[in-house]
Write a protein that binds this ligand. Structure first.
Ligand SMILES: N[C@@H](CCC(=O)N[C@@H](CS)C(=O)NCC(=O)O)C(=O)O
Length: 212
């Protein structure tokens, strides 16, 4: 039986898959583990009553597990790993936090209106740390095999590429060759292509945060 999962619908297009990186992380995990699922697209600007009753906090993603709706992509992916251990997506604990500060620093830089506030340098430092890790251990964070940490990072790096390209004409520097190849590798996976939001919806999702 297919698992039920609630994910974000696109801004302004409630019948189209939206731009939530946490939702995509869960979809990537389901795809990579080849778990059948049924997707409910949630318009977060007008949440249906049944969704709010199932999940009073009102955030996506949520997954129905043993008849109960469970929120939070960290918890959901952990449950999927326990219930569907094959193929294993376990990341060794020493690599579990690789790249974990990239999303926060990307958002700070994206929202920044002051070119000298150091937010670009902070993001570059985080990307350089990922570069060094991938140079030593790549092509994925844990070598040849994709794992949970890659599935968490992939949608975030996609948002970084699309949003910074659009709003700041900024891209990952060419000298970060391992990060560049890593992004290409992730974005070309069948699971990623199937679950990614269109670029225009990623832009639409960030617009009110960049220009409030
Ligand atoms: N920590 C949560 C974050 C989920 C989250 O922030 N979801 C956003 C969309 S990307 C959301 O549901 N926003 C709608 C709202 O807060 O009303 C996770 O990892 O699942």
């Amino acid at each position: 039986m297919a698992l039920e999962v609630c994910v974000k619908a696109a801004v302004g297009a409630p019948d189209v898959l939206g731009d939530c990186p946490f939702s995509q992380r869960v979809l990537l995990t389901l795809e990579e583990k080849k778990i059948p699922y049924q997707m409910h697209l949630i318009n977060v600007a007008d949440k249906p009553q049944w969704f709010l009753e199932a999940n009073p906090e009102g955030k996506v993603p949520v997954l129905k597990v043993d008849g109960k709706w469970v929120p939070d992509s960290d918890v959901i992916t952990q449950i999927l790993e326990e219930k569907y251990p094959e193929p294993s997506l376990v990341t060794p604990s020493e690599y579990a936090s690789v790249g974990s500060k990239i999303f926060g620093s990307f958002v700070q830089f994206l929202k920044s209106k002051d070119a000298s506030d150091g937010t670009e340098q902070t993001l570059l430092a985080e990307l350089s740390a990922l570069e060094e890790h991938l140079k030593a251990h790549g092509p994925y964070v844990n070598g040849d095999k994709i794992s949970a940490v890659d599935l968490s990072l992939a949608p975030k790096l996609y948002h970084l590429e699309v949003a910074l390209g659009h709003f700041k004409s900024w891209s990952v520097p060419e000298n970060l060759t391992h990060v560049k190849s890593y992004m290409k590798l992730l974005f070309s996976r069948e699971s990623f292509v199937k679950t990614q939001a269109e670029k225009k919806y990623v832009v639409a999702g960030w617009e009110p945060k960049v220009n409030p």
